[in-house]
Design a protein around this ligand. Structure first.
Ligand SMILES: Cc1cc2nc3c(=O)[nH]c(=O)nc-3n(C[C@H](O)[C@H](O)[C@H](O)COP(=O)(O)OP(=O)(O)OC[C@H]3O[C@@H](n4cnc5c(N)ncnc54)[C@H](O)[C@@H]3O)c2cc1C
Length: 468
């Protein structure tokens, strides 16, 4: 598509994609025709080796790319960011517990010294299975094997009004926006004479009682108890309310009942106002409309769910509930050289009739497994069906409080669970530097009750927010 004003893929770009292209190419970008200048292309050299194109350097894509090392293939990894995001710790960035750099790792670093590996920071805009090509913001690329590991996007359940006003937590920019918003809010509160406006600013509503919602609430309650009163001595934090709104009758639905019950106990102990069986129906003029009442708040954090990030071009018969239906080898149904792994993939089985849970271990295991299977297919060997090994799940609810479900039905709570949670998260963070920084921050804040990153580096304007 380079340089051609009337190229189909350029005309198909959405407003958001056009903005992204403008951000990437600045003054070199042709604003009139929305075309990329001729000198830009993906510049992937031609090779006799089979080309595996991976869309997304998240948990699944990265494991797959690493698994294909020392294989006679050309690997092209495409991601709209040049870094991998450790999403389970996004809430810590949002609540000033960790710096954003410590939960992200540069994707290029993973491929150093590998002449057949190529990384390109581009957004993939579509797939053309008939031509075996993908379309990106800088042109098309042919593939022999395509792996879609594009993850998921925030699910607003079709409510555009909510989408425009609430604060999601899916990307590092979201976490930074949220951190700025929370801190700006208190800076504004200090300046406010109007009591009802002040109360709006002191009320924070978290929507969704899954692990993210529970973890955000725990971290906010720590800010309220230990940090904010020191930073803002002129405000009365006994008037700060944290609400957790959950549509079903329990917290942590994907975990055991014991974990749900214990997390509810912890929430109550921390003073979080939990509303179960309650739906958020709208949010306008700083009023959250609930199925059973209203709450005035200038901060609504949306952690109510995600849906698969399905790219244009795949036949609709292979899409179910916003995920790509794959067989037991992660091959997209109806295709023989397009695969999908992680959040975007739906592999149905007797054990998982609606597909696997959208969790990092599923994506990582599928990435590792698909690398092995692709190697088999290059040598004409039989592929092996994927089977998920559930190592357990966990959520933390602030200092010394966590719940862990282990394989075999074992449930751990409290300090031991909290230590397990920390150990596992340090273990899976990418890069030794990140592990060290995160551990250092946690030890520091544990000992001093301090959080170092209460900075409004860039002011957040809700009207300019980019969702998804
Ligand atoms: C706030 C939060 C907390 C979570 N906590 C936990 C937890 O505690 N435990 C757990 O197991 N799971 C957790 N998860 C879920 C976990 O992060 C996901 O299951 C996991 O990231 C899925 O991996 P993936 O490889 O499928 O996608 P991702 O890791 O999301 O990676 C997708 C990649 O694709 C890229 N991409 C997407 N679209 C395009 C495009 N069009 N062009 C180019 N690149 C593109 C993205 O930039 C991204 O790098 C959490 C998720 C969130 C949002």
């Amino acid at each position: 598509m380079t340089g051609t004003c009337f190229d189909r893929s350029i005309l198909n770009l959405t407003g958001f994609q056009k903005n992204l292209v403008k951000e990437f190419y600045g003054s070199k970008f042709c604003f009139y025709c929305m075309a990329i200048p001729e000198h830009l292309s993906l510049t992937i050299p031609k090779s006799d080796l089979p080309r595996v194109v991976i869309i997304g350097g998240g948990f699944g894509g990265l494991k797959l790319a690493k698994g294909l090392r020392k294989t006679n293939v050309q690997v092209v990894l495409l991601d709209r960011n040049n870094f991998h995001t450790f999403q389970p710790l996004l809430y810590q960035v949002a609540t000033a517990g960790l710096e954003p750099d410590s939960i992200a790792g540069p994707l290029r670093q993973s491929f150093e010294g590998n002449p057949n590996y190529f990384f390109r920071m581009v957004k993939v805009t579509g797939i053309d299975p008939e031509k075996n090509e993908i379309e990106t913001t800088v042109g098309n690329l042919a593939y022999d094997y395509l792996v879609i590991a594009s993850g998921s996007v925030t699910n607003y359940f079709g409510n555009d009004q909510i989408k425009k006003r609430v604060l999601p937590l899916k990307k590092i920019v979201h976490a930074l926006d949220l951190r700025s918003h929370i801190l700006q809010n208190f800076e504004q509160a200090v300046l406010t004479k109007d009591k009802s406006k002040l109360q709006q600013m002191m009320n924070i509503v978290v929507v969704g009682g899954g692990p993210t919602g529970v973890e955000v609430c725990g971290a906010l309650s720590e800010l309220k108890k230990h940090i904010l009163p020191r930073d803002y001595p002129d405000l009365d934090f006994s008037g700060m309310n944290i609400y957790l709104i959950e549509g079903t009758d329990r917290l942590l639905n994907g975990m055991s009942k014991a974990s749900g019950d214990n997390s509810l106990k912890y929430m109550k102990r921390l003073g979080i106002d939990v509303h179960l069986n309650t739906m958020v129906e709208g949010y306008e003029n700083e009023v959250v409309k609930l199925s059973n009442g209203n709450i005035e708040s200038s901060t609504v954090i949306w952690s109510a769910g995600v849906k698969g990030n399905v790219l244009d071009g795949i036949d609709t018969s292979a899409i179910e509930h916003n995920r790509l239906v794959v067989d037991e080898f992660n091959c997209v149904v109806g295709s023989n050289n397009i695969f999908a792994i992680g959040d975007v993939a739906m592999m149905k089985s007797e054990e998982f009739p609606n597909g696997h849970p959208m969790l990092a271990p599923v994506a990582m295991q599928q990435g590792v497994h698909l690398a092995k299977n692709l190697k088999k297919s290059f040598t004409k060997k039989k592929m092996i069906p994927f089977s998920y090994f559930d190592k357990g799940s966990m959520a933390t609810i602030g200092r010394n409080k966590a719940v862990v479900d282990m394989p075999g039905g074992f449930h751990v709570k409290g300090l031991l669970a909290w230590l397990i949670w920390m150990f596992i998260h340090i273990l899976y963070l990418i890069g030794f530097r990140n592990k060290l920084i995160a551990l250092n921050n946690w030890i520091w804040s544990y000992l001093t009750y301090d959080k170092g990153t209460r900075l409004i580096i860039r002011t957040f304007h809700r009207n300019k927010m980019k969702s998804s």
